[in-house]
Design a protein around this ligand. Structure first.
Ligand SMILES: Cc1cc2nc3c(=O)[nH]c(=O)nc-3n(C[C@H](O)[C@H](O)[C@H](O)COP(=O)(O)OP(=O)(O)OC[C@H]3O[C@@H](n4cnc5c(N)ncnc54)[C@H](O)[C@@H]3O)c2cc1C
Length: 202
């Protein structure tokens, strides 16, 4: 059983995994099992090139960011379990937590983060009741979002990135995933606000 399973290996999902992974030294994170379904074929990053994303070297290809994601997570946060090349097809609530079915297997997690983008091809059984038209995209694009309040869909289900209703910019999507991660860390810390910083200060 995972404590948290992130679904989607694009900008918001990987950002969420990095922040959660980086908090491993905190006592309240030590026993937490974190995973990410690192599906990347459908990422908006695939055809993008970045000149306007803070911290990203000019001219970086989105496809390079995607291919680096797995390595970055493995090198720095090997305790974050990566489930590669699987696509989630169904979420089923259990008495405690959720069952997450992919095209290849079944996983269990206490909570999930859905970070699969605002494409209207979205189809994850068990989540379709939460789908609504994207509120910040133009109607002709037919984008969708999941109903949420500050990224929370219902207890135990978070949504991040463009699927949370944010506009499509890398920094916003990554920030949204980071925001969800710090909400989860705060919940794990008994509701006491927390975040995860590395520092060169002594
Ligand atoms: C051509 C193009 C150019 C762009 N240029 C810029 C730019 O110059 N500057 C800028 O700031 N932004 C740019 N963007 C926007 C930026 O790429 C997106 O805003 C950002 O990637 C959105 O992040 P996300 O996490 O919401 O979705 P994504 O990055 O798309 O990630 C969603 C992930 O979920 C996975 N997934 C989908 N379905 C499932 C499933 N059922 N199970 C598991 N995983 C699943 C996908 O494979 C994907 O990896 C561009 C986008 C495009 C398309």
């Amino acid at each position: 059983m995972f404590d948290i399973l992130i679904i989607g290996g694009g900008a918001s999902g990987v950002s969420c995994a990095q922040i959660l992974g980086s908090a491993y030294k905190k006592a309240f994170v030590a026993d937490k099992k974190i995973g990410i379904v690192l599906h990347q074929k459908g990422s908006m990053l695939q055809d993008a090139v970045f000149y306007n994303a803070f911290g990203v070297p000019s001219g970086t290809l989105g496809s390079d960011l995607l291919s680096q994601a797995s390595e970055v997570l493995r090198n720095h946060y090997p305790h974050v379990e990566q489930i590669e090349n699987e696509k989630v097809v169904r979420i089923k609530p259990l008495e405690v937590g959720f069952e997450i079915e992919t095209n290849k297997g079944i996983y269990k997690s206490l909570e999930i983060v859905v970070a699969v983008n605002s494409s209207n091809s979205f189809h994850i059984e068990g989540l379709m009741d939460y789908v609504e038209p994207h509120k910040k995209s133009i109607a002709s694009k037919n984008r969708i979002q999941l109903k949420n309040i500050d990224h929370l869909v219902v207890p135990g289900i978070y949504v991040a990135g463009t699927l949370a209703g944010h506009r499509s910019q890398l920094s916003i999507a990554a920030g949204s995933g980071a925001a969800v991660a710090t909400d989860i860390l705060t919940a794990w810390n008994n509701g006491i606000e927390t975040h995860s910083h590395d520092s060169i200060r002594k």
